[in-house]
Design a protein around this ligand. Structure first.
Ligand code: MG
Length: 242
């Protein structure tokens, strides 16, 4: 899983560099397909419960599960959420990042991105064997709400391993005493999603794409994290030793 995580981080890095104004989300997904194949992996998302895309690309008010489309052209000023899952040698890895297309990031968007990223890192720091899973959830919620943003509660993180989505679910909210005790060897996909104002979600007519009901922007960051005796290890890190 460590090897898969490292490969996925490299794939996502290369794909996000190709997210540019004028490129369609389908073109970006095709680039992702090539990059995933180049590392000897396959897309974990295509065909998953009938999902039609190689990866998920969600723009602006789209929160998650955006379907790549030839007619959806990315533009300057777009907030692009790229979510990639791979399968290789029987194991899965899952990772997401949000990028802003443009040189100067507007202050509010910078705040959204920084807060959501901090929530992810804070959640990861609480991936400690012997502690409750609820500590992850509560710490993420605290960072997002202290930043005057809302947690999108409809979607949660998850266990990951020989399946893409395993138990336990990892909510981005809740009490620190909730959830199971974390154990060495567990691997979790931690994935906070934050937005401005109401966290209510609607699903587009394609049956997949989740959008904020009020049209507000949202951000999503995700890492696959292993719980070890020496603490949390981010498997989908680009700067991983070994
Ligand atoms: Mg995930």
């Amino acid at each position: 899983m460590q090897e898969n995580g490292r490969l996925l981080a490299a794939v996502l890095t290369r794909v996000k560099l190709q997210a540019k104004p004028g490129v369609s989300t389908l073109q970006l997904a095709e680039i992702a397909r090539e990059e995933i194949e180049a590392v000897g992996a396959e897309s974990a998302f295509i065909g998953y419960r009938g999902f039609p895309g190689v990866i998920c690309i969600s723009l602006n008010e789209e929160v998650v599960h955006g379907i790549p489309s030839a007619t959806r052209i990315m533009r300057q000023g777009d907030l692009v959420k790229i979510d990639i899952g791979i399968k290789r040698k029987g194991f899965y890895a899952d990772m997401a990042e949000t990028v802003y297309l443009g040189e100067e990031v507007p202050l509010e968007i910078a705040r959204l991105l920084a807060t959501t990223k901090t929530a992810l890192i804070t959640g990861i720091r609480n991936c400690i064997a012997g502690e409750t899973l609820g500590k992850i959830s509560q710490s993420i919620q605290k960072v997002i709400e202290t930043g005057n943003l809302s947690v999108v509660k409809r979607f949660v993180g998850h266990g990951i391993g020989r399946s893409l989505h395993e138990k336990p679910p990892v909510p981005n909210f809740g009490s620190s005493i909730g959830g199971p005790r974390l154990e060495v060897g567990m691997v979790l996909a931690i994935e906070p999603i934050a937005t401005f104002g109401s966290p209510e979600i609607a699903i587009k007519q394609d049956g997949w794409t989740a959008i904020t009901a009020n049209g507000a922007l949202s951000a999503h960051f995700e890492h696959t994290v292993a719980i070890t005796s020496r603490g949390p290890v981010i498997l989908t890190s680009t700067c991983q030793a070994g």
